[in-house]
Design a binder for this molecule. Structure first.
Ligand code: ATP
Ligand code: MG
Length: 278
């Protein structure tokens, strides 16, 4: 099945990782906010059908609207928050309802999210991927032309193992890995001492092994966690915070790279490390 572009959507960026709980949704939300703040037209698709977190993390209060065309075709108008167009399974299922979808159903839901949502004119559609290298990742690559992916990892070996599998999976479906974000890189204790809870150097090792730039290292920080839980991401709540500024730089890098990939069909080779907090 050939991937079909989404009318009006210029580029598609998947935020992924082979591993769960490493911060994909946190990175997706803060990156989407940074891009919207910079004036880009941004959509955020929550492709985590089993565990949709985006509505809570982005503090979305309205629901997508169902709409019928004159020819009977049914569509969703995405929900909106902070100028971002949002679609998530979280809008369609109650929070307590367990999500027991089988493969074909997952594919159908993702098809609707891609091709039955009126995303409008977007510079970039960010897709928050679920953990793993399974059905959803493969479905997505079949459904739409994903311009590139950013891989999120923690520095620890067990995370790297899963991310390596994800590198291979994206390679197989011909989606370029734009770069790596290392999250939970370290924690600063009360005395200001750097504590490397999840080890160190993982993002760097991946970058060297796969030739994908390490774009950002994000420390463990209460404000990052709280921003997600409260539905008011750090990038919006504290725009001058060092981490918010780093997400701004990441956003600039991402847009340049996406545009370059779209026009030249090449992967940017110059490695720029931003916001290393060291
Ligand atoms: N840099 C950080 N500092 C503090 N807390 C963080 C940071 N990054 C993520 N978290 C917290 O860690 C938890 C997991 O993050 P998140 O949900 O973004 O991961 P995920 O990779 O999307 O998980 P899943 O695989 O379940 O989708 C969340 O509670 C989030 O608030
Ligand atoms: Mg998530």
């Amino acid at each position: 099945m050939a991937a079909k572009s989404i009318p009006g959507v210029r580029t598609i960026l998947a935020v992924s990782s082979g591993k769960g709980g490493v911060g994909k949704s946190t990175v997706s939300v803060n990156l989407a906010c940074a891009l919207a703040q910079a004036g880009h037209r941004v959509g955020l698709m929550d492709a985590d059908i089993y565990g949709p977190n985006i509505p809570t993390m982005l503090g979305v209060t309205n629901l997508p609207e169902a709409q019928k065309d004159s020819d009977g075709g049914e569509w969703f108008l995405p929900a909106q928050a902070h100028g971002i167009q949002v679609m998530s399974m979280g809008f369609l299922a109650s929070p307590e309802q367990p999500m027991i979808w089988r493969g074909p159903m997952l594919h159908n839901i993702l098809t609707q999210f891609c091709h039955r949502v009126k995303w409008g004119e977007l510079d970039v559609l960010v897709i928050d991927m679920p953990p793993g290298t399974g059905d959803i990742q493969l479905s997505l690559a079949q459904l739409v032309p994903v311009t590139a992916t950013i891989m999120v990892t923690t520095p620890q070996e067990i995370s790297l193992q899963d991310v390596r599998r994800a590198f291979q999976m994206w390679h197989k479906v011909r989606v370029p890995v734009m770069g790596i974000v290392e999250n939970m890189s370290f924690f600063l204790d009360d005395s200001g001492k750097r504590v490397e809870i999840f080890g160190s150097g993982g993002g760097r090792r991946l970058s060297e092994a796969y030739g994908a730039p390490l774009l950002l290292q994000v420390p463990l920080l209460t404000a990052v966690r709280a921003g997600g839980d409260e539905g008011h991401p750090l990038v919006l709540g504290q725009p001058n915070h060092e981490i918010s500024q780093a997400f701004g730089s990441l956003g600039r890098y991402v847009m340049d790279a996406l545009n370059q990939m779209k026009t030249d069909k090449v992967q940017p080779e110059d490695i720029v490390q931003i916001g290393s907090f060291q």
